[in-house]
Write a protein that binds this ligand. Sequence first.
Ligand code: MRU
Length: 355
Amino acid sequence: MYVAQPIEWTERGVVMLDQRRLPAEEISYTYTDYREVAKAIREMVIRGAPAIGVAAAMGVALGVEKSKAGSVEELKAEFSEICEVLAKTRPTAVDLFWALERMKGRFAELVSLGSDFGKIRAAMIAEAQLVHLEKKATDEAIGAYGAEYMPRDGQVMTQCNAGALATGGIGTALGVIRVAYQQGRKLHVLVPETRPYLQGARLTAWELMRGGIPLTLITDNMVGHFLKTGKVGAVVTGADRIAANGDTANKIGTYQIAVLAKENSVPFYIAAPISTFDLTIPDGSHIPIEERTAEEVTHIQGVRIAPDVPAAHPAFDVTPSRYITAIFTERGVAKAPYTEALKKLSLAQAVKVAG
Ligand code: MRU
């Protein structure tokens, strides 16, 4: 089954598929400067929490690889700057900060072992590639746990794009759907457009179509209608940050889907890796919500659709954990009470990368 490749480490640089151009064009760029990688994250060439983490790890590796520092001491100063530039790209997806912490930890370890520049360079590239490989393994495991909760024959709703494009693996929410479908469950996916950036219409619809999974595209204001009348067996979405009590930030619009799912007795699931947990914050009120430009609301693909008026664009909302039936992770399934369940999963054995 077709799996999109949003990002790849190559000897020429970091290759990214430009998700802003999909589905009309499949265009890739090769980045050779970490600042370009940061710009690509900010401008949505690559998006989706886990994929942003992979991009950040590769951005750090690229910065070290191309560094002109004359000594490891000089490299240390530059390393901090590289991480800071990448950290300032998108505030909500905690995978970004998780990946930066991981690369910082590996760097500090190499420096403390007295490694020379050449060794550090090779090891940072290897670490970024490992982060990518782990995302692939993680998605497969999430898919296996979540698939069991999908209907045997029926409709499933998602939101935004939590597919291969968003992770670098098979996807989280779409990974669950993909595994369930491959197991023989007869799923039909309801895909909300996900205004204003249209990740549902442009990306999820494209991924499902390429993967041969049946779907129907709907507009965001049809969600309530379909949950009430459409025999939806489950909703499954991704996540950008999950607080210690299970409150979950995801693409704007997810909260209203969760509330409407509960109102209509449809189970609402989150599929996300442990790297999306932020157990340092007690609840969702502490999650920073990215504000994007008004132009993404007043324009579609550069074409003005509204008069020149103020427009708001909070890119994410927070779903209180009371609306979440279960959270699928690579280490198992969390259910309420979430504080205990998430803590237990965060301490469980990590998924191993084959080979
Ligand atoms: O603004 P985006 O496109 O980066 O937002 C993406 C989402 O909200 C996804 O649902 C989330 O990151 C999970 S991706 C596996």
